[in-house]
Write a protein that binds this ligand. Structure first.
Ligand SMILES: [Fe+2]
Length: 303
């Protein structure tokens, strides 16, 4: 792993294969349960609760000691990114960076802002929502990470996610398919920022911390993750009706081929089932339609 502390970027070997990258395009999330060491989880909780002194490894240009104190005490305590131990074990977590690098390419930009979701449990569930300023589109210029520094069983109200809801506005519909991000202390979740989610209802007592922040792309997309010899885009599973065209468009954008992408609709590629006797028609067409990411057309296609 190569960390440039001046630029605040990292580079490393990608760890996701084509199938996993496509899974992210299709589902919009990946979970890494319990990957941060216990000692770091404890130190994170102590930092957030003001139980240990700050020890910034550097001070951002133009900021004073008072600024750092104010930021640490806010709901966006981004000064935690100035702590060496947090950078090494959380931001540059060895099991996380390969996945982020696979999705965002080389020289990934580290987060500059953290949101601290500290909740005194028990608490009601939040309403389902897409986070502010989300974008629906094939581009993946940033991904969001959730970090739970304490054991977060269902009783402590972990984030609930609606898989595949990152492609269009899903507000107003009660989701039937939900994934909960419960897990042991040190669980990291990688999400598409547009995915619909909420804080789940909690029944236990205690303080639940969750930190949320985004990593940023700095290079154009290309297919430089792990190439799987068994992966064939002609027959890969991009999802069911109304999903496959969006997941495929995102996958093609990640491969650097977003401008080539067209579909012909119906049972044509990228839709397919396991009961076909041959590959779907329409793979590689030059003329056709784009998925309607803006939601302007009832049939879900745009020119
Ligand atoms: Fe949210």
């Amino acid at each position: 792993m190569n960390f440039n502390s001046d630029e605040r970027t990292f580079d490393c070997e990608p760890t996701l294969s084509d199938f996993k990258v496509l899974e992210f395009c299709r589902e919009g999330h990946l979970m890494l349960p319990g990957v941060v060491p216990d000692e770091i989880n404890r130190r994170t909780c102590d930092y957030l609760e003001g139980k240990i002194p700050a020890n910034p490894s550097w001070v951002p240009e133009g900021m004073s000691e008072e600024d750092l104190v104010r930021i640490r005490g806010s709901h966006e305590p981004s000064t935690i990114f100035l702590e060496d131990w947090f950078v090494e074990h959380v931001l540059l977590n060895p099991q996380l960076v390969g996945a982020i690098r696979s999705l965002l390419g080389r020289y990934v930009g580290l987060p500059v802002l953290v949101s601290h979701h500290g909740v005194e449990c028990p608490a009601e569930a939040q309403g389902w929502h897409h986070d502010a300023d989300h974008v629906f589109g094939p581009e993946l210029n940033f991904v969001e990470v959730f970090y739970f520094p304490q054991d977060t069983p269902i009783e402590l109200g972990p984030t609930e996610i609606v898989p595949s809801s990152h492609i269009r506005n899903s507000r107003g519909s009660e989701p039937t398919n939900i994934v909960t991000s419960d897990g042991p202390a040190g669980t990291l979740g990688i999400h598409h920022q547009s995915i619909m989610h909420r804080r789940g209802a909690s029944t236990a007592s205690g303080l639940r911390h969750m930190l949320k922040y985004s990593y940023w792309r700095s290079v154009p997309p290309e297919r430089d993750w792990i190439k799987d010899p068994d992966f064939d885009p002609r027959t890969a599973y991009f999802g069911g009706h109304t999903l496959a065209r969006y997941a495929a468009h995102m996958y093609y954008w990640l491969c650097g081929r977003g401008d080539d992408f067209r579909v012909i609709g119906g049972q044509g590629w990228p839709w397919r089932t396991e009961n076909q006797i041959g590959p779907s028609y329409g793979f590689g067409v030059k003329k056709g339609y784009l998925p309607d990411w803006r939601g302007d057309h009832d049939d879900g296609y745009a020119r």
